[in-house]
Design a protein around this ligand. Structure first.
Ligand code: PGA
Length: 234
């Protein structure tokens, strides 16, 4: 069983999500399918497809205009929330510390955080990939985790760029993440790979050791692109 999570980013409509969910419900799969959608689309019901948010406030409630609390996301029936996506790290200057606080809010409200880590092109070129990944994992995960979390490795330079790391780069990153999680007492935590996943490379990526699923951006927007990813693995 793999986890196939879509990230719609700032795209789509509620009716589009309803029709995507209907399409996905016809797919015969044992994989866990998740769609992380804009807040306004949460609340669409499905027995087979779990929904998630794409970000969450660091705060529990109160005078934080424009922010959405974890309790509110949970109130829609959503089960997951992405935290620390590279676009949030980049455009909102989120640090590992911010991401950890957001993950804590998610956990305190019964949501499973999908905690993203990954290196920028600058960090990659400076030979810092492994250090950035390890500190991302150690610093972005709350210390008192007692329920499920998901980690996603997203090489930031490859997202939306049609670029993918080599198989051995993915294997090296995922092995480091799995080892770090085990060292933190979180062995068995699923680790997803995300960046330019599509139907044509999904099976190969998910055959790499320690890759427990994928986080898919662009190719999760249309059933015709997303379903082949879901059915690429048993
Ligand atoms: P992409 O995005 O699949 O469009 O590269 C991945 C992500 O941002 O999660």
């Amino acid at each position: 069983m793999k986890i196939i999570a879509g990230n719609w980013k700032m795209n789509g409509t509620r009716s589009g999500l309803e029709s995507m969910v209907r399409d996905l419900e016809t797919v015969d799969t044992e994989n866990q399918v998740i769609l992380c959608v804009p807040f306004t689309m949460l609340g669409v019901r499905s027995d087979k497809v779990a929904l998630g948010g794409q970000d969450v406030s660091e705060q529990a409630k109160g005078a934080f205009t424009g922010e959405v609390a974890a309790s509110m996301i949970a109130d829609t029936g959503a089960k997951y929330v992405i935290v620390g996506h590279s676009e949030c790290r980049q455009y909102h200057n989120e640090t590992n510390n911010t991401v950890r606080n957001k993950a804590s809010q998610a956990l305190a409200n019964g949501l499973i955080p999908i905690i993203c880590v990954g290196e920028t092109m600058e960090e990659k070129q400076a030979g810092k990939t492994m250090a950035v990944i390890e500190s991302g994992v150690r610093e972005s995960i709350p210390s008192d985790v007692s329920t499920d979390i998901i980690v996603a490795y997203e090489p930031r330079w490859a997202i939306g760029a049609g670029l993918t790391p080599t198989e051995s780069e993915i294997a090296e990153a995922h092995t480091l993440i799995a080892k770090t999680l085990a060292d933190m007492g979180l062995g068995g935590t699923p680790v997803l790979y995300g960046a330019s996943v599509k139907g044509s490379n999904a099976a190969e990526i998910m055959s790499i050791p320690n890759v427990d699923g994928v986080l898919v951006g662009g190719a999760s927007l249309k059933s015709d692109d997303f379903i082949p990813i879901i059915t690429s693995v048993k």
